[in-house]
Structures are given as C-alpha cells and as structure tokens.
Design a protein around this ligand. Structure first.
Ligand SMILES: Cc1cc2nc3c(=O)[nH]c(=O)nc-3n(C[C@H](O)[C@H](O)[C@H](O)COP(=O)(O)O)c2cc1C
Length: 391
C-alpha cells in the first residue's frame, strides 16, 4: 500500500466529471468514508520479490497512469521468456481519443514500469514496439500487438532508482499550493527525460504563459463537457459507490455518500449533458477550479506523430512522474486541449502557437500541471492481474 497518507476530498456540494479518473465529491456527512473498497486497491500492495518474474513485471505495469483509468492492456504469456502486450479493444475511448493516441501513451507507461520492475529482478528487457506493424494513423489500436518484451537474465543490469516510486505515484487531481514553486533543477530533470529519448519537452512556469495555459485548458474542458458525445463517454465510465467501483475497478470512481444517494434517487443524472449557463454546467466548472492551481506545466511533444512516439511519450511521462514523486512534487495530466475531436481544435492550435510549434511537424503528446498538492493523492482502483493475462 502507498506509504503516503490517503487524501480526504474537500467537502463541497458538488459533483462533476473532472477530466478523467477519480472525481472527489464530499458532502460533509459524518462517518462517511470516501476511501475505495480495499479489494480495488489490492494491486498497490507489493508483489513478492521471488514470485514469477513476468507476473512481477505486469503487477508493476498495471499501476501505470492511463487515460480514464481504462487499463487498456492485455498480456500474452504463451511464449516463454516474453511478454506480448496487446491493446485491449474493449477498453478504448473512441470519442475523446478517436485514434487511440492517449491509450497508447498509457501502454507506453505500462511498458516502462514493467521494464523498471524487470531490472529490479536482474533482467534486461528488449522492447520491440509494434512487431506486427503500427496501427494506421487514423485507426483505433484495439487488438494490435503494442510491443514484445524479450527478457534476458543479467545480474549486471543496474537497478532503477525510480523503482521505489512506482507504488507511491498517484495522479493528484486536487488543489496545489500556489505559493510553492517547482525548483529549476526539477523542471530541467523532467524535460531531460523526454529529450534523452528523442522527444521534445519543456516547462511553462512564467505567470503570463501559465495564465494562457489555464485559459486554454479551461476552454477545452468546457468544450468537452458541453459536447454530448464526449460527456457521455465519460458518464458511461462513472463508477458511483462501492458496488460499481468493485464491479469495474476502472473509470471515474466516486465514493462519497451523497452523490451515491442522489444518484440512487435520480436527483443526480450522470447522463445529463451540461449546457452553458445551466446549474449543472456551473457545478462542473466549479469542480474545475483546483485544476488551475500549481507551479506550472510540463509538456512532451514529438516530431510527427508515429505510434512509436506515442509509446515513447508514455514511457517518458511516467518516468517524469516518478521523478517528481521522488522529489515530493505532484503531477496531473490535463489532456482535453490535446484531444483530436473537432470541438477542441481551437484550443490545440492555441497551445501549439504558445509553444511555437507547427501542427504539420509537431504533436503535443502530454500536458501536465506540476506542483505540490495540499494533501496526498489517493491510489486509484485497478483490476486484478488475472484479468489481463492470457497464459
Ligand atoms: C495519456 C493520459 C492522459 C490523461 N489525461 C488526464 C486528464 O485529462 N485529466 C485527468 O484528470 N487525468 C488524466 N490522466 C490521468 C489518469 O486519469 C490517471 O492516470 C488514472 O486515473 C489512473 O490514476 P493514477 O495515475 O493515480 O494511477 C491521464 C493519463 C494519461 C496516461
């Protein structure tokens, strides 16, 4: 289990889908815990160091950050000494991620954590991305072999110092302390991780540009939540209360008591699409406010937009997040402006202009706010290892 204390959400009479993953909504009911059911957090317990190596790797891989906590991966273990990672066609986000770019970033993060875990057990891993060919640029990657991981025992393999952070890393979606600045050295280290892997990366922490990014992310969030098909995609992934959370162990989890009650009596209708100006929209935007806190933003981009560069971005992103975690800092991707549906194109173009990129040459793969959360972030549910293994 994570060594950090569990975050208690703030108590506000509001509920919203805020950008993927966990939504916190506390309503001040005494005695009502918002902690997830213990079984859904089992995956965060350390697996035995002497157990089956490939399952040890997978047990770390599945803790990867991934869009909407879809956990879009399957692992085929039928070839000895290898893991064949397949993108699960039933765990995609066709509306908000129509080409599976973000899904593959999540798969890249999975690979990186699995490789770090193998090193801990004295094994080198040769990663062969898309051994059967890359999915087409405008195709969803479901069912494609994402990578083959070939294992070689080698006691000289250096242990990765970031291993210790894997079970401590959680995406912090709450308010950050605006008075604390990320040190220049940490910004530099975060960017270096991507640049060493042939990606572009950098940081935005000067006040005028931070303001611009806040506006861009807010406007893209507004566009996402007021567009019926993208709102509804998230609404279908809402897991309200312990029964739904235990049943699915993915998506956007809500444990607080009053939303559960409101949902059960039909006062809160998850399928009601917010409309600019109505009260539902106002509540949703109120929940956005903490996302405009923090020291600045870390971004990752690639020349072109190959499937391989998407995997590489995921590998680099999770390393950056682990590094931030080691330094006591928090990270939180804000992806709405980067998504490929038409309604957020103006915001994507604004972000490209801000970073001085040309859309024809460069793709922004990740944008994450960085800072120091007022409280520690909670672990999010994961499905059992057995559900992703094909043996
Ligand atoms: C490609 C990608 C995009 C993401 N975009 C968002 C986002 O827009 N908003 C958000 O709150 N979280 C976003 N996340 C974070 C996920 O919601 C989070 O990783 C997931 O819920 C699992 O939680 P954990 O990272 O704490 O383990 C993103 C993660 C990835 C890998």
């Amino acid at each position: 289990m994570t060594s950090r204390p569990v975050h208690r959400p703030d108590r506000r009479r509001a509920i919203a889908l805020v950008g993927g993953g966990v939504v916190v909504a506390g309503f001040g009911l005494p005695g009502c815990s918002s902690d997830y059911p213990a079984a859904t957090l089992q995956a965060w317990q350390a697996p035995p160091l002497d157990g089956d190596l490939r399952r040890f790797m997978l047990a770390h891989g599945l803790l990867a950050p991934n869009p909407h906590n879809r956990q879009p991966w399957l692992a085929d273990l039928r070839r000895d000494g290898e893991i064949t990672l397949v993108c699960d066609k039933d765990r995609l986000l066709p509306q908000t991620d129509p080409f599976g770019r973000q899904i593959l970033i999540g798969c890249g993060a999975f690979i990186e954590l699995a490789v770090i875990a193998a090193a801990q057990r004295g094994h080198r891993v040769r990663v062969e991305p898309f051994p059967e060919g890359e999915p087409g640029a405008n195709e969803l990657p479901g069912g494609h072999v994402v990578a083959r991981l070939l294992l070689t025992p080698d006691p000289a393999t250096p242990r990765d110092p970031l291993f210790e952070q894997i079970r401590r890393r959680h995406t912090h979606k709450g308010a950050y302390d605006n008075s604390r600045q990320v040190p220049a050295e940490l910004w530099q280290q975060l960017g270096a991780i991507s640049r060493e892997r042939g990606l572009l990366a950098g940081e935005i922490f000067d006040a005028p540009r931070v303001d611009q990014v806040r506006r861009i992310t807010r406007e893209s969030f507004e566009a996402e939540v007021t567009t019926a098909r993208t709102w509804l995609e998230s609404a279908h992934l809402l897991r309200i209360g312990p029964t739904e959370i235990e049943q699915h162990r993915d998506g956007i989890s809500i444990m607080a008591a009053l939303p559960r009650f409101m949902s059960s009596i039909g006062v809160f209708d998850r399928f009601e699409v917010p409309v600019r100006g109505n009260s539902n929209f106002a509540r949703v935007m109120e929940r956005w406010l903490p996302h405009e806190t923090g020291s600045g933003y870390h971004w990752i981009a690639s020349r072109g937009n190959s499937r391989r560069s998407q995997l590489d971005s995921g590998r680099a992103y999770v390393r950056a997040h682990l590094l931030a975690c080691a330094a006591g800092a928090d990270m939180h991707p804000l992806s709405q402006a980067l998504q490929e549906f038409a309604e957020v194109r103006p915001q994507y173009d604004a972000l490209l202009r801000l970073l001085g990129f040309d859309a024809a040459q460069t793709t922004i793969q990740m944008l994450a706010r960085v800072g120091y959360g007022a409280t520690a972030a909670p672990p999010t549910p994961r499905r059992d290892l057995a559900q992703l293994v094909r043996a």
